[in-house]
Design a protein around this ligand. Structure first.
Ligand code: NI
Ligand code: MN
Length: 239
């Protein structure tokens, strides 16, 4: 596994959940799904603090613990407007809504909301609420390092714009298939995004999410894409 020595630590908590600790000591939790997440190691379920939270879309496997954790840690929750409105109704008062194409600075870390090709209803008891559109995020750290969390998505050609405009060094891409891209599409995504490193996510959580990092490496090789696959195990850290 590469060591970047850039003063940040990116830990995969399984599925699409990541804990990012920046050089400025900000803790960012991306797609908070911890308690019900079968891939999240038991010893990773406690947080000393969560300064900022990002939510890519309204599905439970991406925001199942958002309300509880945001209230407990008074986290600034970065999400699309409609999820903000739902969280406010649940008593979360620390949301910071935005929409696609926009960027906001939260405590020195910058968040740009990007497109994602998926769905995003919020299941709440017997109701389904409109959660706005699903999104991804480009996170720009204090030192300018850019990390792209794609959320749940199919491949789409405007990923070329994300690559052109933001030039992410690290791309967190779903590869599990069925609900998102498989390794075949993720390799095409990487061709457009041109990240130095790909951290695969949204795979292995359930038997149905069959895409593997090795299959992604094979697809990248076949398509002549130079990105390096950094296959974290849940609980492992890229730092
Ligand atoms: Ni989803
Ligand atoms: Mn999902």
């Amino acid at each position: 596994m590469p060591t970047l020595n850039r003063g940040f630590a990116l830990t995969w908590l399984g599925h699409s959940t990541f804990r990012l600790v920046t050089r400025g000591a900000k803790t960012v939790l991306m797609d908070p799904w911890v308690e019900g997440n079968p891939a999240c190691p038991q010893n990773q379920k406690h947080f000393d603090k969560i300064d900022i939270m990002t939510i890519s879309h309204g599905h439970d496997d991406h925001m199942g613990d958002a309300v509880t954790l945001a209230k407990k840690h008074r986290s600034t929750v970065v999400c699309i407007y409609e999820i903000h409105a739902w969280l406010q109704r649940k008593g979360v008062t620390t949301t910071s809504p935005m929409n696609k194409g926009g960027t906001q600075d939260v405590q020195g870390v910058r968040f740009t909301m990007t497109q994602a090709l998926h769905s995003g209803g919020i299941e709440d008891g017997s109701q389904v609420y409109y959660g706005g559109e699903p999104s991804g995020f480009v996170v720009t750290l204090e030192d300018g390092t850019r990390i792209y969390h794609a959320g749940d998505t199919a491949v789409f050609s405007d990923m070329a714009l994300i690559g052109e405009i933001y030039q992410p060094e690290i791309a967190l891409l779903p590869i599990g298939d069925l609900y998102t891209m498989s390794p075949r599409e993720a390799a095409v995504a990487a061709r457009m995004l041109k990240p130095k490193y790909i951290v695969p996510m949204h795979h292995g959580t359930f038997p149905a999410l069959t895409g593997t990092p090795d299959a992604l490496r094979e697809e990248l090789r076949k398509q002549g894409v130079a990105s390096e696959v950094v296959a974290l195990r849940p609980g492992e850290t890229l730092s």
